[in-house]
Design a protein around this ligand. Sequence first.
Ligand code: FAD
Length: 360
Amino acid sequence: MTRRCSGCHARFWTPGQRVPELLATRTTLRLGGPADELVECRTEEDVVAAVSGADATGRPSLVLGGGSNLVVTDQGFPGLVVEVATTGVHVESDLCGGAFVTVAAGESWDELVVRGVTEGWVGAEALSGIPGRVGATPIQNVGAYGQEVAETIARVRVWDRDAAQLRTLFPGDCRFAYRTSRFKEEPGRHVVLSVTFQFRLGTLGAPVRYAELADALGVSLGERAPSVEVREAVLALRGRKGMVLDADDHDTWSAGSFFTNPVLEAAAVPHGAPGWPQPDGRVKTSAAWLIERSGFGKGHGLDRGAGRVALSTKHTLALTNRGGATTAELLSLAAEVRDGVRDRFGVTLVNEPVLVGCSL
Ligand SMILES: Cc1cc2nc3c(=O)[nH]c(=O)nc-3n(C[C@H](O)[C@H](O)[C@H](O)COP(=O)(O)OP(=O)(O)OC[C@H]3O[C@@H](n4cnc5c(N)ncnc54)[C@H](O)[C@@H]3O)c2cc1C
């Protein structure tokens, strides 16, 4: 029997009753065993009550957004999964300060981008087509095509589980860096309740900083193009790489890029590999280049065994579920690729998605 709290819409079950909720139904990889219990929280109060209630009793809990950056073990999660499904967007806009947009953590990220492009909020247009919810964007400082959320985040409201209190964190507190942040460094400590962005106003997007996007738009690096066109160009580029969710396309049954681009001392960058200098003097290189040159081409894995896991046929960085796969199979493919790159180049790739109950 399912009980629903009238005020909070959270789902509860009678004590002792196990209602397994397959996490495979909640992840874009479509992988993951059952959770002991799952509550869908539609208000901040419910999110805090669920998490702090679990903390008070020492029960393990997992905060879930859209499940697009999660690899969950086949054994599932032995505790409470708290799905953040809060809604609400509050806008304060003026010509001087731009648009201050405070967004509930459960809102869809891409719907926010669409609204931004429509209403003339500048700074997120290149982040079009990224799945998941707003509350997860600060966790790994979501980024693509030369933009990242750290550039427009003004503050993040969190429930700090260590201190058991609400806190407001400003960018200086968040330690944002390439695909990471304080939230990722201190896993599970902060539950993001809302994110406030400060966007400049205008119809032109931010200066284009990614060569492939600049080419697609027919502008030079550093030039600007209408936000609407930037969004269209990004969606087209992403689509060709299987990076826009499509239930009918197994190349998109993924967690996006499985490995981050390694940031290395300049001398350690393999000969011929692309390199992007970083502010700290190191150089970021391309994980996809390393993977391909290590013998793992697009579609690697399709012709092996049951072919249930494989590199995407459109993009070597995405590990995909071709249907009926297990997390163990996916991790085995990931380990094969990581070890192959390490043997060939001496570079150890690091997984981008969060691993729950499993390791690589
Ligand atoms: C096809 C595809 C393309 C992608 N492209 C990109 C890309 O271009 N750039 C990029 O950066 N990422 C990309 N991703 C990864 C992913 O979409 C992002 O990381 C996204 O922000 C994850 O959001 P989510 O709501 O799905 O988070 P989930 O997968 O549900 O959770 C991810 C992590 O964040 C935590 N978390 C979620 N919500 C909260 C919260 N409210 N408070 C605290 N912790 C929370 C979870 O506990 C977990 O540790 C892609 C994924 C896919 C499937």
